[in-house]
Design a protein around this ligand. Structure first.
Ligand code: FES
Length: 150
């Protein structure tokens, strides 16, 4: 049996919503210092709803599948709802990831949050900084709850 679910393989081989968005309203870029993978998430927002989303991921197959799944999950969502997207929800939607690949889904959660934060900052939308908890920028400094294994 493969280590990876059919859904992971499908989203890895046929990722949805790939590419740069020229007129994005918010862009979030995060990286994992351990494996060196980088994920960039673009969102378009109209009347508080994420109307479009795309991504570019320089990373492993699980990171690509996680970003692809995350874009499908947040498209059409109210922007505050997207902040609730957890890496666990992404991994579950992919029918699971091997334990040592869970950190790849953390990157997707962080990229979405970084894109929302960028949207808020660029559009002068006031927010309680606490909603971002540990600042997304620190993803570069340490590993949050991610597994240190690459
Ligand atoms: Fe780096 Fe998956 S995100 S190994």
């Amino acid at each position: 049996m493969s280590l990876y679910s059919d859904k992971v393989m499908d989203h890895f081989q046929h990722p949805r919503n790939v590419g740069k968005m020229e007129d994005a309203d918010g862009i979030g870029e995060v990286g994992n210092a351990v494996c060196g993978d980088i994920m960039r998430m673009y969102i378009k927002v109209r009347d508080g709803i994420i109307t479009d989303v795309s991504f570019i991921t320089f990373g492993c197959g699980s990171a690509i599948a996680s970003s692809s799944m995350a874009t499908e999950m947040i498209k059409g969502m109210p922007i505050e709802k997207a902040l609730e997207l957890s890496n666990k929800a992404v991994a579950e939607a992919l029918d699971g990831l091997p334990a040592h690949k869970l950190h790849c889904s953390v990157l997707a959660e962080e990229a979405v949050r970084a894109a929302v934060k960028d949207y808020y900052d660029k559009h002068d939308i006031a927010y309680d900084p606490a909603i971002f908890g540990c600042d997304v920028a620190c993803a570069h400094e340490h590993d949050h709850d991610a597994s240190p294994e690459a």
